[in-house]
Write a protein that binds this ligand. Structure first.
Ligand SMILES: Nc1ncnc2c1ncn2[C@@H]1O[C@H](COP(=O)(O)OS(=O)(=O)O)[C@@H](OP(=O)(O)O)[C@H]1O
Length: 575
């Protein structure tokens, strides 16, 4: 039998309310709707399926205060994380939200009505207190930032009735609700299950740790990674799930099961560890692994760790007797090359040689295509990671040339296009100013707003192509710094961005202009022409990655300089 849920009863609201589903769905159509954001969607999913038992809705003020101050719901049950429906005052007024009213809770992704909430109360949380008590108060803590920058100023508490489950289209077969997991354990005859929480790819150390924990407790393993919201910058869950799937056959026959948890993490270290343990208990696990720096937010802006490495273990220790799930504490695992085995750090004598590869080092090796040894990770896991993290010479990038009309930017862009095509290995896209104007921005003029929109479109297209691994060469005038910066930011989400300032003096551009556009602009036939009667904000040394000038050097030299820059960045290696 699986572990009893927290509070004694699994609050599977979907199952509970299934007989009234049709009636609730009809009522929801008549109610004002609160459209839930990403975090609220993760929260409601686990309220609806019982993952947050004994919660039956979003916390009212009494529960919230108890949780913030004492880790306890009003009924005395242990609960460490506030689960609140945050709204802004305007939404509350607009929807007429007040105690006693019913509102429908709607999925922002597909407009489906998920639940009806009967409002208990509307209250203004003391955010400072919540930040301090729950997360430790560091202003750099991601959950504290979320609280002050994203979260609404009012919380709305109340129980909910379930209409429908959330729709997912990825890895549906691995998304077990607590009831489904319990049934699964039951079918397998598993009565002792060690759950393992993770938001990272798993390597050999994790496999060794979970197998060791299971063997010590004569239990099976539930690999229970978070696929809701994790720490910004984490490896995406698509890649991670492929990693877990690749790792699963490495467990002794049938020892482990993989289930995905749609949780929105808060990175709340000690508080989060207690919460995680409760969630796993609700999913039927009897044991829960808490290792080093569990759900840690990392360092603050002063470079200090926000929590101590074992704070989460100490916190859970405090509630050990009433938690109802046995916590298995582990020190970090380390590799012993002489005996080819992993052991917890605290069990390794000082004189024994150990090896580790940090997350930062792993990312570096993925980026550079560097060796990832088999003692660290299984080849099939590395293969998945390498597919999602191609080395520099397979990554996309954008070369963004800015300068006056006839500064030579188009000639350089064309020549660079030919050079990169000759090298091969990547598809190359050329976005000349005029091409973009006719193909993408034909309705736009040359006002500041229109120019900004034009550059925004170029930035968007460049970022999508960069994401797909292409080399992009863009060559608009791009006279304004703010829009160039915005384009850089968009592209840098997916690859490298290089701003090349084609700093050919205006007089030269004008003197050598064979198309007569400057002449026309001087004669007033073209209005708002950059350099004539419209400004050009020249990039500063800090903004530009390279400055070229075709009045001094020729186009070939400029192209050569750009190629050298790309080579130095490792982007053109071994193509
Ligand atoms: N005010 C005005 N009126 C008419 N035509 C103009 C005007 N300003 C620019 N141009 C010509 O349009 C070409 C593309 O401009 P851009 O899209 O690069 O400008 S911007 O970056 O959006 O500011 C650009 O050509 P290239 O510089 O050769 O790409 C200009 O010759």
């Amino acid at each position: 039998m699986a572990n009893p849920p927290h509070g004694g009863v699994l609050k599977d609201l979907i199952a509970r309310d299934a007989p009234r589903r049709k009636q609730l769905a009809e009522e929801a159509e008549t109610l004002p709707a609160v459209v839930l954001n990403d975090r609220q969607l993760c929260d409601i999913e686990l309220i609806l399926n019982g993952g947050f038992s004994p919660l039956e809705g979003f916390m009212n003020e009494k529960d919230y205060n108890g949780v913030v101050e004492k880790n306890r719901l009003a009924d005395g049950n242990l609960f460490s994380m506030p689960i609140c429906l945050d709204l802004e005052k305007e939404d509350i007024d607009e929807l007429g939200i007040k105690a006693g009213k019913r509102v429908c809770l709607r999925d922002s992704r597909d407009d489906r009505n998920l639940a009806i909430m009967t409002i208990d109360d509307v209250y203004q949380p003391d955010k400072k207190k919540e930040a301090k008590e729950v997360f430790g108060g560091d202003p750099d803590h991601p959950a504290v930032k979320y609280l002050f920058q994203v979260s609404g100023d009012y919380y709305v508490g109340g129980k909910i009735e379930a209409i429908d489950r959330l729709m997912h289209y990825d890895y549906v077969g691995l998304r077990y609700t607590p009831a489904e997991l319990r049934l699964h354990f039951d079918k397998l005859g598993w009565s002792r299950v060690v759950a393992f929480q993770t938001r990272n790819p798993m390597h050999r150390a994790h496999r060794e740790l979970t197998v060791r924990a299971a063997r010590q407790r004569q239990a099976n393993v539930l690999i229970h990674p978070v696929v809701g919201m994790t720490k910004p910058g984490d490896i995406d869950h698509f890649t991670r799930v492929r990693v877990y799937q690749a790792l699963l056959p490495r467990y002794p026959n049938g020892m482990a099961v993989l289930g995905l948890l749609p949780l929105a993490m808060r990175m709340g270290g000690p508080r989060e560890a207690i919460w995680h343990a409760i969630i796993r208990k609700n999913h039927g696990a009897t044991h829960f692994i808490i290792g080093r720096d569990h759900a840690g937010p990392g360092k603050n802006s002063k470079g200090q760790e926000i929590y101590g490495p074992y704070d989460a273990q100490y916190a859970v220790e405090k509630y050990k007797d009433e938690l109802g799930i046995e916590v298995v504490e582990f020190q970090q695992m380390t590799y012993l090359p002489d005996s080819d085995e992993y052991r917890p750090k605290d069990e390794v004598p000082k004189e024994i040689k150990t090896l580790d590869i940090s997350g930062t080092e792993l990312r570096r090796r993925l980026r550079t295509g560097g060796d990832i040894p088999e003692w660290f990770s299984y080849p099939e896991v590395v293969k998945v990671l390498r597919e999602s993290h191609p080395p520099r010479n397979k990554q996309g990038f954008t070369v963004f040339l800015t300068g006056y009309t006839n500064s030579g930017k188009d000639a350089i862009a064309r020549a660079l296009n030919v050079t990169l095509n000759q090298q091969g290995g990547r598809s190359v896209s050329l976005l000349l100013g005029e091409t973009v104007r006719s193909e993408l921005s034909s309705e736009l003029g040359f006002s500041r707003d229109d120019r900004d929109k034009n550059i925004q479109r170029i930035g968007f297209v460049a970022s999508e192509l960069t994401r797909a691994g292409a080399a992009v060469i863009a060559a608009p005038i791009a006279p304004f710094e703010a829009s160039r910066k915005a384009a850089r930011e968009m592209v840098e989400k997916h690859g490298s961005f290089y701003l090349i300032h084609v700093d050919t003096p205006l007089e030269y551009c004008e003197k050598t202009d064979k198309r007569g556009v400057y002449k026309a602009a001087r004669a007033g036939k073209i209005k708002g022409f950059t350099g004539v009667d419209d400004p050009y904000e020249a990039p500063s040394d800090k903004e530009a990655d390279l400055v070229v000038d075709v009045s001094h050097d020729n186009v070939r030299t400029a192209v050569h300089q750009i190629v050298l820059l790309l080579e130095a960045e490792g982007l053109l290696d071994q193509l």
